[in-house]
Design a protein around this ligand. Structure first.
Ligand code: AMP
Ligand code: ZN
Length: 465
């Protein structure tokens, strides 16, 4: 079975056939680095991280190039730097690092390439020049605008008609536009506003041209998959299509358009502007688990709903994700006496992921394997099931913590792992000295604080209630 992907451009699920299986390319719009990421921003990072893992599994690590950019030129960045009284360079470096740290805690590694918009300004000036030369863009009052009526197919990706396009572009009403749907490729930076010299005066690029240029620089004019949240379909991706298809020799551009649904709070899209957001950092900091363990809970939750559907963020959802992971780690704990048979990723998990990234079903399969392992007595079977848990976990990016870390509390809390270990040691010594009263006291004190001790042949282990 080949990978099936829902292609927004075709409005249907279709078989994914790469242009060249030895050179599969995926570009995903990355963060605008003006502030810390909220958990909604993390949804595309986690979803496309799983898709990248699946592509590598199918085509080989060396045959997949995953590009996720950093938008470090944008008006929101200029405004935030001024408001914080911070240089743009400091702000973007700080928020880029925060993004990397937050995503790492969610098990999202760096993409293969991570271009920054500021490193591609020359390419943007060049592409805008080509669009002007080909009659698809014009200069007006220091701006350069894309001439929407010059492209008959404009609106095809998002499926919008002319009225809807004008409505969507209304935010940018400007007297210098020839057509209300025209959008900005380059804008002037007067005075000491940040900008770059260009044939149209000192200025800065529009957001859309950044991704057309970075994707071309990293993956070429035509590539396989372009992704992002569904809010990017219009205008961002529609405008990328317009720019790239009109400027490039090859008008294919991206062949499969993949978009994740929104993370919502009480039915409304989580967003900075509505104020209904939780930053990834706050969620990690308030969790009672070690950072990467807490991150894995949020990752599990994000993957436990079909990526195209809305995902409503609730405390119950977080608890359910933690309980499911407890099941998985408890199985791994019970399997500690056996080596893992690390042959292949279970077909069932791979097949669900190939079915338009069906992560909820893939996670269910992983839990089914854990439950099987819990009742298995044959050592060979247990070794195989342990291997399946490890390999399946790797593909999904869960079960990536040690069993010890998973069952420990957050570092720095009153009862961190080290403190509990010390008390367990004291209890052992007390028993040796036949001071059973003290040994019982330690056990009961820990119990009151939600720590359960389990005495076994290998010694005493502990877990949170
Ligand atoms: P931004 O930094 O706002 O450009 O967003 C970065 C990524 O997060 C984009 O792919 C957006 O589509 C995505 N995104 C923003 N808000 C949400 C949300 N509430 N749910 C899912 N994805 C979102
Ligand atoms: Zn983009």
């Amino acid at each position: 079975m080949s990978i099936q992907l829902y292609n927004t451009a075709k409005r249907q699920k279709e078989a994914f056939v790469p242009r060249d299986p030895k050179n599969v390319g995926m570009y995903v719009c990355g963060p605008t680095v003006y502030d810390t990421a909220h958990i909604g921003n993390a949804r595309p990072a986690v979803v496309f991280d799983v898709l990248a893992r699946l592509l590598r599994h199918e085509y080989g690590d060396d045959h997949v190039t995953y590009v996720r950019n950093i938008t470090d030129v944008e008006d929101k960045i200029i405004e935030a730097a001024a408001a914080n009284n911070e240089s743009i360079a400091d702000l973007t470096a700080r928020t880029t690092k925060a993004y990397h740290d937050d995503m790492a805690a969610l098990g999202v590694g760096l993409p293969d390439r991570e271009p920054k918009a500021t490193e591609h300004i020359d390419g943007m000036i060049e592409m805008i020049g080509v669009l002007i030369d080909k009659g698809h863009a014009y200069e007006a009052e220091g701006h350069v605008l894309f001439d929407v009526p010059s492209m008959p197919d404009y609106g095809k990706l998002s499926g919008r008609n002319r009225e809807e396009l004008i409505e969507g572009a209304r935010v940018e009403v400007a007297p210098y536009k020839k057509d209300p749907a025209d959008f900005v490729l380059w804008k002037p930076s007067p005075g000491d506003m940040p900008g770059w010299e260009s044939p149209w005066g000192k200025g800065r690029p529009g957001w859309h041209i950044e991704c057309s240029v970075m994707s071309k620089a990293e993956l070429g004019e035509a590539f396989d998959i372009h992704g992002g949240g569904r809010d990017l379909i219009f205008p961002h991706h529609e405008n990328e299509v317009a720019q790239s298809c009109c400027a490039n020799e090859d008008s294919t551009f991206a062949r499969y358009w993949v978009h994740n649904g929104f993370l919502t709070v009480e039915g409304k899209k989580m967003s900075k502007s509505l104020g209904n957001f939780f930053t990834v950092r706050d969620l990690l900091d308030k969790a009672s688990k070690l950072e990467n363990c807490a991150g894995e809970i949020y990752r599990f939750l994000l993957l436990n709903t079909d990526y195209r559907q809305p995902l409503n963020w609730t405390e119950v959802g977080v608890e359910n994700a933690e309980n499911s992971l407890n099941t998985l780690y408890t199985a791994m704990q019970k399997l500690e006496d056996v080596g893992a048979e690390l042959s292949v990723v279970p077909d069932t998990i791979v097949d669900h992921l190939k079915n338009d990234i069906d992560t909820p079903f893939a996670l269910k399969e992983l839990i089914a394997i854990a439950k099987k392992a819990n009742v298995a007595s044959d050592q060979e079977e247990r070794a195989i099931l342990k291997g399946q848990l490890i390999k399946g976990g790797q593909l999904l990016g869960v079960l990536q913590q040690s069993v010890d870390d998973w069952f420990k509390g957050a570092a720095g809390s009153e009862l961190d792992g080290a403190a509990i270990d010390e008390l367990i040691e004291e209890r052992i010594q007390s028993k040796k000295q036949k001071n059973f009263a003290r040994a019982d006291e330690i056990r009961n004190d820990l119990m009151e604080q939600g720590i359960i001790l389990e005495d076994g042949p290998e010694g005493t282990t502990w877990k949170r209630a």
